[in-house]
Design a protein around this ligand. Structure first.
Ligand code: GAL
Length: 418
């Protein structure tokens, strides 16, 4: 026997075991991050897990804002075969926890100090009956407008800060032969634009009453009717191919110089970044008209399903730990266009929009003006959200009057609560 070789092999094996985890398991991860920027972002987590010796089974379900992913998740859970982890947000986390299917993540949370690192406005959503059942990933801001500056220059138009300016600029852009708005006609995208108009025009208190508390008086009010009318006004500046268009296709139209503006959350930045575009010169990002100073937030998170196998548990805990670790928080968020959800992350790699978003998030959290996004599952239950989506999309895609739509919002949200 060659003892020297045996000793070398043993050392090598031991080194491998020490650099990977004692238990190497698999995580099957259900998510909807399939666009260029999103896929690049989620790959960071896969790499980190694999470096620790775990394996990643990708369960990506295409479809912005996760509607399709949620359908798949329900089917899997009903069949008694849920994935290890799934991208689920906001009040829906509580609904999943009530089913008794989720892993208690308190051990990782205590060890990693999540309560200290993550603001309570976020941790409250991640806990069920005081225990962590979800891991927050990032913070996205919804009410942004992405512009192609060279179209504005060619059209002699100003980047708008009010809806009146928007109409003036959109007319000039149209006259110069460009498409003013890159619009994706899917109900979640319509709801995204709509809620950004509501908060800007009618203010934070009104937004809370209408789209968080679903107060009938706010839902059927002159402010709501005005917001609906502004939303519908945008339609004349969109193209005939808008229905069904994916959000990242709309972002490509800004990148390629086919359209001047897109109203979308800051995951759009992930597409500009992936395409090698620079903020300021290649694209300009501004708040949705009239919404400066307001912050509609959207926190992505993963719930984890109970595992019997020790290796799978180890992989799941590693995933939870890595998500809130400094490497992932920095690299993922730079790629994704979001900002870190925890403190203590170096700011050097973030651009001005992200730094501005960090300051705004902290300020809005401190003065109580941070507003959960209805369109992105942060404000109301999935049933109420679905009811609002239905009315908004019906209104936008038919000749329904704004008054009728406002009345329907009251009826639809009331029946979703029953
Ligand atoms: C949001 C999600 C973002 C982004 C976007 C488009 O709901 O929070 O991370 O993926 O949908 O799919």
């Amino acid at each position: 026997m060659n003892f020297k070789l045996l000793a070398q092999i043993t050392t090598l094996t031991l080194t491998c075991m020490l650099t990977t985890s004692a238990f190497a398991g698999e995580v099957e991860v259900l998510h909807w991050w399939t666009s260029g920027g999103e896929a690049k972002s989620v790959a960071v987590l896969k790499d980190l897990l694999e470096k620790e010796g775990h394996s990643w089974k990708d369960m990506a379900v295409a479809g912005g804002a996760g509607e399709n992913a949620m359908t798949v998740l329900k089917t899997r859970a009903m069949a008694g075969n849920p994935p290890t982890a799934a991208q689920v947000k906001g009040p829906a986390i509580q609904e999943w926890a009530e089913e008794g299917l989720l892993t208690n993540l308190d051990a990782v949370a205590v060890k990693e100090n999540w309560d200290k690192l993550v603001p309570s406005v976020v941790t409250d959503v991640m806990k069920y009956e005081g225990n962590y059942v979800a891991v927050p990933v990032n913070v996205h801001k919804i009410n942004w407008m992405w512009c192609n500056p060279s179209i504005f220059v060619k059209a002699g138009a100003k980047i708008p800060t009010t809806w009146a300016e928007f109409e003036t600029s959109a007319e000039k852009i149209k006259a110069a032969g460009f498409l003013p708005v890159a619009f994706g006609g899917q109900s979640w995208q319509e709801a995204t634009v709509f809620e950004s108009i509501v908060v800007g025009q009618a203010g934070t208190e009104f937004y809370k009453k209408a789209l968080v508390d679903t107060d009938p008086k706010a839902l059927n009010s002159p402010e709501m009717i005005k917001a609906l009318e502004t939303f519908k006004m945008i339609k004349k500046y969109t193209d005939k191919n808008a229905p069904g268009r994916d959000w990242n296709m709309a972002t490509s139209m800004i990148i390629n110089g086919e359209a001047a503006m897109q109203f979308m959350g800051d995951w759009a930045k992930g597409e500009f970044t992936a395409a090698g575009k620079n903020p300021g010169s290649d694209y300009v990002v501004m708040p949705v008209p009239e919404s400066a100073g307001t912050y509609l937030f959207n926190v992505d998170s993963f719930i984890m399903f109970k595992q019997n196998d020790e290796n799978a548990q180890a992989a799941q805990n590693a995933m939870a730990r890595l998500i809130l670790g400094t490497t992932f928080q920095e690299v993922f968020n730079v790629n994704k266009g979001s900002i870190p959800v925890r403190t203590g992350i170096a700011k050097a790699s973030f651009d001005d929009t992200a730094l501005r978003s960090m300051d705004e998030f902290a300020a809005a959290a401190a003065n109580g003006t941070l507003l959960p996004s209805m369109a992105h599952g942060m404000a109301v239950s999935p049933a109420i959200q679905g009811a609002i989506y239905d009315v908004v999309t019906k209104f936008y895609n038919s000749d329904m009057t704004a008054g009728k739509a406002a009345a329907e919002l009251v009826a639809a949200t009331a029946s979703a609560k029953e």
